[in-house]
Write a protein that binds this ligand. Structure first.
Ligand SMILES: Cc1cc2nc3c(=O)[nH]c(=O)nc-3n(C[C@H](O)[C@H](O)[C@H](O)COP(=O)(O)OP(=O)(O)OC[C@H]3O[C@@H](n4cnc5c(N)ncnc54)[C@H](O)[C@@H]3O)c2cc1C
Length: 240
């Protein structure tokens, strides 16, 4: 089955396709499933970078659906990585629940990029949820010496157990239960960030929540807190 118009647009933008093969899967929590893949030669071609993600085509009733997922522990030599799926009622979540060794999906590589903050930031502020926890982990691993405050919006009690690669000496996690469609997270960040920020020039703010929450927090950070544009990365990870 073809990918429909989405596939055509990506091809024109020089997206490259690779077949991914499932080698195993396990539940991380009741609402998060980790699936392990062989990469079909992908990482040897693309290389890797923090927060790297690919567009995966999942089966649907009439056509495949494309969803973005972050690579966990990509290993270009072994040609392997995992993905951690926050589970919802959608094509990606349905597929992940039933994934078995030997299953295959296609990945299109297009759009993922990471510009390392330069100079290295004095402090990081990472704001996300279960969908962006894998990317947050990759940032914490890539910049392990930089003190970080992490706001993690939680939807389920089990989200407390999502694996975060924190070093307690330098990283502080603030968990915020999702309320009022994300408004609670926005309120908590608005209340706390000004007091933690210090010199905006030394801060790096990374935001990946639902699209509405991400937009509100990006505007606050850039406009009201005057963090310079190159030091704010904001990308909505899902549509509420
Ligand atoms: C760059 C990037 C990287 C991403 N990496 C990851 C990752 O590593 N792991 C991961 O789990 N997600 C990740 N996401 C988010 C993921 O692509 C979306 O959540 C996607 O919509 C899930 O597809 P689905 O088929 O399960 O649900 P959809 O068919 O898209 O949606 C079904 C229903 O579920 C709701 N929904 C979808 N996603 C979420 C969510 N995260 N939380 C609450 N409700 C939701 C929708 O509002 C809708 O009502 C990433 C997104 C981007 C842009």
């Amino acid at each position: 089955m073809g990918h429909g118009w989405e596939g055509v647009v990506l091809k024109l933008m020089r997206g490259r396709d690779f077949p991914l093969t499932v080698t195993g899967a396990e539940d991380v929590t009741e609402h998060c499933r980790r699936v392990h893949f062989r990469d079909g030669g992908m990482l040897a071609v693309t290389g890797i970078h923090p927060t790297m993600w690919v567009r995966v085509w999942f089966p649907g009733a009439d056509r495949p659906h494309q969803r973005a997922y972050t690579l966990v522990d990509p290993d270009p030599v072994a040609g392997t990585f995992a993905m951690e799926f926050a589970l919802h009622e959608g094509p990606a979540g349905r597929w992940a629940r039933g994934a078995n060794p030997g299953d295959t999906v296609q990945a299109t590589v297009q759009g993922s990029a990471f510009v390392a903050p330069d100079p290295a930031p004095e402090r990081m502020f990472l704001i996300g949820d279960s969908a962006s926890a894998p990317a947050i982990n990759s940032l914490l691993s890539a910049l392990p010496e930089v003190p970080a405050t992490i706001w993690l919006e939680t939807r389920h009690g089990s989200d407390e157990n999502l694996p975060l690669r924190i070093r307690p000496a330098r990283h502080e996690v603030r968990r915020v239960p999702r309320e009022d469609d994300g408004a609670q997270l926005v309120a908590e960040v608005r209340a706390a960030l000004p007091g933690l920020l210090g010199d905006p020039a030394g801060a790096y703010v990374w935001i990946a929540c639902d699209t509405v929450t991400t937009r509100a927090l990006a505007r606050f950070t850039r406009k009201e807190l005057a963090v310079p544009r190159p030091q704010v990365h904001a990308l909505g990870y899902w549509r509420p």
